[in-house]
Write a protein that binds this ligand. Structure first.
Ligand SMILES: Nc1ncnc2c1ncn2[C@@H]1O[C@H](COP(=O)(O)OP(=O)(O)O)[C@@H](O)[C@H]1O
Ligand SMILES: CC(=O)N[C@@H](CCC(=O)OP(=O)(O)O)C(=O)O
Length: 292
């Protein structure tokens, strides 16, 4: 009986948090590295179904970088990255669409339905909600770098996403956009796509599920987790190389988004069971919170 009472206590403890986040949007970015681990992905999706069931409005934006690279290798195309972005020629774009907007997008929605939740996969074949334009990057001497069909998000169809949330469905958004001027499809970095969606929706929270426990001062040592990271510290860590590779676009985009109305941003370990619920429903600080 004591055990049952303790379980009831836990439910009551969650009540305040459930009330606080009811009818509020949390954007969850699923990184390719989490999706590479089916067990971790399943647990994350169970947490998302829990959120949806208690009346929160989770919105999923996903990448799938590792799966794209694998499909490219099978097609004998060498993946190439420029400033953390995948060089995307026409053949690569076709693969990105098949893998990201196809297999992965449909797979996440199907998984959520299997667990008992309701989801809607939003892609070019169903409903596209991300619009963008080609991204221009500059090299060290100011020369323009050609990334091919890579874009940034300029507009988000907020009404469609909010209507789905209101109807109790979890929107699942792949990191691809449609160029409204040319009708071309664009490959978008999933971290920047998640930030654009959170900004457009004025999300209460933006949570990145990654394959590390957060930002670390030594990227190879989990013990060096930074619990709270502000802009000044983040810029210093990027300048001296402590923040590197995939963490750079993530942190840069987070700092920009905080300036644009999203209240809280966290980077947490998607492989840790229930890290998402712990972040939302408890006072235990898991991962790194990005602050002003
Ligand atoms: N200071 C740092 N702290 C933590 N991870 C870092 C840091 N600098 C670089 N990284 C790298 O960033 C990676 C996470 O970014 P990324 O590969 O884009 O993941 P995801 O697919 O989850 O978006 C980590 O696996 C780690 O190797
Ligand atoms: C332009 C660009 O780089 N797009 C990314 C989109 C997927 C992504 O970002 O996936 P992760 O979140 O798993 O890294 C790519 O092609 O890999």
């Amino acid at each position: 009986m004591e055990e049952a009472i303790q379980k009831a206590d836990v439910l009551i403890e969650a009540l305040g948090w459930i009330r606080q986040f009811r009818d509020k949007i949390t954007v969850i970015k699923l990184g390719g590295s989490v999706m590479e681990n089916p067990d971790a992905l399943r647990h994350v999706l169970i947490d998302i179904v829990f959120m949806e069931t208690v009346g929160m409005w989770p919105v999923v934006v996903h990448g799938g970088g590792a799966a794209i690279s694998r499909a490219m290798e099978a097609a004998k195309i060498e993946p190439r990255f420029i400033h953390g972005r995948r060089y995307t020629d026409d053949a690569t774009l076709k693969i990105v669409e098949e893998v990201l907007a196809g297999e992965i997008n449909e797979g996440i929605a199907a998984n959520i339905e299997e667990i008992g939740g309701r989801a809607m996969n939003l892609n070019f074949k169903t409903t596209n909600v991300l619009f963008g334009e080609k991204m221009q990057l500059e090299g060290p001497d100011g020369e323009s770098l050609d990334l091919g069909n890579v874009g940034k998000v300029t507009r988000v169809d907020r009404t469609t996403i909010e209507n789905l949330c209101y109807a109790g469905q979890v929107p699942i958004i792949p990191s691809m956009a449609l160029d409204e001027a040319t009708g071309e499809k664009l490959n978008v970095n999933a971290d920047t796509a998640a930030n654009a969606v959170a900004e457009a929706l004025g999300a209460e929270k933006l949570v990145f599920l990654s394959d590390v426990n957060g930002v670390r001062t030594d990227k190879d040592n989990a013990e060096t987790l930074v619990h709270s990271l502000n802009g000044e510290k983040a810029r210093a860590m990027m300048a001296d190389g402590r923040i590197a590779s995939g963490m750079i676009p993530k942190v840069e985009a987070c700092l920009q988004t905080l300036d644009r109305g999203v209240k809280k941003i966290h980077i947490i370990d998607g492989r840790m069971r229930h890290s998402l619920l712990l972040e939302i429903y408890t006072n235990i600080g898991v991962g790194t919170e990005i602050v002003h």
